[in-house]
Design a binder for this molecule. Structure first.
Ligand SMILES: [Zn+2]
Length: 465
């Protein structure tokens, strides 16, 4: 642990446009919120990129010793959901519940296991209404025919996250409505249209705007300020800007979130992914095709802030790297099981592995630089491959522990195909059987056993006959 404590974590903060030292508001504790999906359809590999990135960030923060409370919201009531439900003549909340369940399965299958709480907007209606009431009482929120709106002229810092001035901000005309005080004012509460799902409120029946969900959820669980807010870069404006205006305008406490962290988008052969373009790849389809390990290697091979272009080539490369990791790991596990005396020099090996391990942590401390961390991990895999059967049990244990430690941060090697104890015993038995055969010069039979072992992924190197 001492090694990790020495270097300091730096995080690129969209709010400051700077690589900031990471110091949570309360020492040792990190409250983290990430914008989740609007559940009206299945999630695609672009969503996967973002959620795996935050999963690695949360895993790494925990590895650094922080107690992390990670909340991800689920937008389960929204125009897109209502429109989709109309098409399929379904209840909108039933439709969104179905896709929420599919999303939880996607996250489970992607090994995104660091989220503490999925918060559904529809379960926070009283908190949302309370927040809007507070804004109306302060004269920041106002009611017109269409609903309750936020008066952006009442919050002088509006635009500080996306670095836009009021003039630039008013160019974005959201919800054109002549009754609005400013063209850039955004909706807090939408009045019910005929036949639409609605909740009672002091302003009549209606439903929440999109931005207010997040601040109602974070105020409930974290209070007025918290440590880290994540989401895709496309959410900086207006969504995250609006969140800041709502929360800071209401509570007067700032910053709403100390670190604003944004992920780059995924494209397919340079194009945006869209159902209409026929290039939409659902997470489940990708997992079935290449497996979760390959997908996570693919995601980790690009820095979270960078865009990732998804092509057959990059996928094939990631899949072959994932297989290589698995083979090396299994081989080291077998070496541990064989309890071989080996011919390596444990102290030299340990130094090499420690260097690579330190590089891994240095890379992660540098704004979660997973491509560099992955390169350090590949160095360790290379050491394991090079040693092969020469590996002593002592070195094998050291390698295995390091590989387990680092892969648990990237979320790799978490599938079930780890060799079972019975398999290791079988390998042990076959190895001693071969030694006996070779002592009796029964090479044909011992070679046949070796071939079969190699087919099962166990590499056997013999000394000269
Ligand atoms: Zn959000």
């Amino acid at each position: 642990m001492s090694q990790q404590k020495q270097s300091r974590l730096k995080v690129y903060n969209t709010l400051t446009r700077h690589l900031d030292d990471f110091e949570p508001i309360h020492p040792g504790r990190v409250n983290m919120f990430v914008c989740g999906p609007t559940v009206y359809d299945v999630s695609h590999i672009g969503h996967g990129k973002s959620y795996v990135a935050y999963d690695i960030i949360a895993r790494y923060l925990r590895k650094k010793g922080y107690s992390v409370f990670f909340v991800l919201n689920i937008t389960d009531i929204d125009d897109k959901i209502i429109n989709r439900a109309k098409e399929s003549k379904e209840d909108p909340l039933k439709l969104s519940e179905r896709y929420a369940q599919a999303f939880y399965k996607d996250m489970k299958d992607l090994h995104v296991n660091s989220i503490n709480l999925y918060a559904k907007a529809s379960e926070y209606i009283p908190e949302i209404i309370n927040q809007i009431k507070g804004l109306v009482d302060k004269g920041i929120g106002y009611k017109i025919q269409g609903g309750v709106y936020y008066d952006i002229s009442k919050f002088p810092e509006y635009g500080k996250l996306s670095r836009q001035n009021l003039e630039q901000l008013t160019v974005h005309r959201v919800d054109p409505d002549p009754e609005k005080r400013n063209p850039g004012d955004f909706v807090l509460w939408k009045h019910q249209k005929p036949g639409e799902i609605a909740w009672d409120s002091p302003w009549g029946k209606g439903r929440p705007g999109w931005h207010i969900e997040d601040t109602a959820i974070t105020l409930t669980h974290f209070g007025p300020t918290y440590d880290l807010h994540g989401g895709g870069t496309e959410l900086i404006f207006p969504h995250h800007e609006a969140e800041i205006a709502q929360a800071e305008g209401l509570t007067g406490k700032k910053p709403l979130a100390k670190y604003w962290v944004h992920t780059g988008l995924l494209s397919i052969k340079g194009q945006e992914m869209h159902k209409s373009l026929g290039n939409f790849v659902p997470i489940q389809e990708a997992i079935q095709k290449v497996g979760v390990e390959a997908l996570r290697v693919l995601y980790a091979s690009t820095h979270y802030r960078s865009p990732l272009d998804y092509t057959e080539d990059t996928l094939v490369q990631a899949a072959s790297l994932a297989r290589r990791f698995r083979r090396a790991y299994d081989q080291v596990q077998i070496a541990v099981g064989l309890k071989s005396e080996g011919k390596d020099q444990p102290s030299t090996l340990k130094r090499q592995v420690d260097e690579a391990r330190t590089e891994f942590f240095t890379a992660m401390d540098d704004d979660f630089n997973t491509p560099r961390a992955l390169a350090a991990y590949i160095r360790i895999v290379g050491i394991a491959e090079e040693q092969g059967r020469l590996l002593s049990a002592e070195s094998a244990v050291m390698l295995l522990e390091t590989m387990k430690e680092l892969s648990s941060i990237l979320g790799l090697l978490e599938t079930d195909s780890v060799p079972r104890r019975e398999f290791l015993e079988l390998v042990n038995m076959l190895t001693s059987l071969r030694n006996e055969l070779r002592a009796k010069r029964e090479y044909a039979l011992s070679d046949r056993i070796r071939e079969q072992m190699q087919k099962a992924g166990v590499i056997v190197e013999d000394e000269a006959k």
